[in-house]
Ligand binder design. Sequence first.
Ligand SMILES: *Cc1c(COP(=O)(O)O)cnc(C)c1O
Length: 369
Amino acid sequence: MGKIRETTLQIDLSALEHNYKYLRSKIAAETKFLAVVKAFAYGSDMVAIAKKMEQLGVDYLAVAYAKEGSLLRDAGIKTPILVLHPLPSNFDEIIDRCLEPSLYSRKIFKAFLEVAKAKHQKAYPMHIKFNTGLNRLGFNETDVDWVAEQLKVEKEIHVVSIFSHLAASEDLEEKSFSLDQINTFKKISENLTEKLGSTPMRHMLNTSGIINYAEAQFEMVRSGIGLYGYGNDAKIDAQLKPVASLKTIISQIHHIEANETVGYNRAFTSNSSRKTATLPLGHADGIGRQYGNGKASVLINGKKAPIIGNVCMDMIMVDVTGIDCQEGDEALVFGQNKSAEGFAQGAKTISYEILTAISQRVKREIIAS
Ligand SMILES: *Cc1c(COP(=O)(O)O)cnc(C)c1O
């Protein structure tokens, strides 16, 4: 990877391909694969990632909101796109842009049906979400009869798949809960199949589900975080390659004496003479204030430099005492050789949060494979 000149998120498409192949190796060859590219592809670059996934032959893409799907269509993406969390006001756009909604309640179902009718659709593809214990979005098991009845009579729409989502797929202490969710989903699908006389595609597993419950892969799996290089488990992380690397360069170096302070509210007080480096990224770039005051660090010339004092909007200061470095040198915030999961853990959060936090102000650089 080339040298950077400003704060840059480098996105390595060969790492994406590696992760995709790794996750595919955990499931049967005939199982379909849906790549979750919501939230700018977990804070990276949604269009670049979707294009690469399309080229790799992925079966489906998923976004959270309709406007994310429209951005993909604007970029020429042809792969089917599941919209996980549509709202009634999105249904015109969803049909106009050939997006496929997840319908998760009677209210949403009826609202979509009305728009499909008004737009004279025939068998418009959509997906039904069932709640099996996460209690976030989805029809309940007791709604199966109602859903089946609708699907039989309403010809404007067609159910492509039914799906559910695990609440704690990464946590093996919750294994019996996850197995209950899987069983509930099986019962729902058997019941629905019996009433419909046909079986829609079924899917339940996210990344950690693929790793821990591959027996429940059904006809498709849905992966996000694993594609981006993180597996909610150190052993899996070792097999994956981080796609996004956040790098910056030292703007200024200061030498301070004992009892001097650094940054807003004088949050850091030096206990000896120290060398500090100011870096051009802050909470407006996604490095939240929770990472300040020693909770996280960056890597400069291979050495750890903790963030000192409060994170500013556009800058952080790091302690580089004893590190051979100068203005213009590169600092790695996270990425290949420095896990975003580790960075996140310092502030008691998870890779998902730090990755998706990197704001659109940060330059993206795509590294083609
Ligand atoms: C975000 C999301 C996923 C992806 O989960 P990962 O843990 O990132 O693999 C899968 N399914 C649904 C419903 C989601 O909202």
